[in-house]
Ligand binder design. Sequence first.
Ligand code: IPE
Ligand code: IPE
Ligand code: MG
Length: 251
Amino acid sequence: MTANQTILRELPADLKRDRLPRHVAVIMDGNGRWAKKQGLPRIMGHRRGVDALKDILRCCKDWGIGALTAYAFSTENWGRPLEEVDFLMTLFERVLRQELKEMMEENVQIQFVGNLDALPRSLQNEIRSSMEETRNNKGIQFRVATNYGGRQEILQACKTIATKVQQGLLQPEDIDESVFAHHLYTAGTCDPDLLIRTSGEMRISNFLLWQVAYAEIYVTDTLWPDFDRTEFHHALAAYQQRDRRFGKVNQ
Ligand code: IPE
Ligand code: IPE
Ligand code: MG
């Protein structure tokens, strides 16, 4: 840990504890560009991206943020070269196995959101055991979006709801926002207050389409492997300057 990171173990003094986001979502973009800049293969960027994620997760815990959702692999990312997809799947599996002990010690509750059935069987097994083992941990809710697509998530919720209506378990007039949200992968987690995207891209890329309805969006040019506590501090400071009106008029 660098001296700077040691200093940042505590919530920086300029941030107001009572105005922290309850849930932060991150689109961890720019691993490939980071590697290219260093003259390394893309996969090295993904490896460094894991280190960045581990530090931001610990930072959320240190600073008192209750939930972090990280976009690790989208339904569109299957379109990448096979070697890169294979590398990512193996990386996820290895990291999960290596980090489980520390997640238990740090009281992290991990959950995966996405269509998990399409993932390699050995990764599914690792996912299942990590979710089971950490389910009662109360330190922080950590959500990893893997084979996740916002449209796919909404469609699967619609199908489940339609089946319940067909079976007479649910009446169409009872389908409200809360019932719908309950059928999404993210049921049980509050909507993100802050959505961070690294590497400068001004788009959502099919992430949490329903849940980010009123999230504050923060985009930084920093590439994900370089996104550290100082960068996270900047994002939170910017968030605390925002005037969240939710469609209303401030007096
Ligand atoms: C994000 O980094 C990680 C994943 C999508 C898995 P990228 O791999 O998209 O990096 P760039 O955008 O090509 O730089
Ligand atoms: C979004 O990044 C997905 C993840 C970070 C996992 P992408 O790199 O796949 O998004 P696009 O292609 O730039 O929209
Ligand atoms: Mg990208």
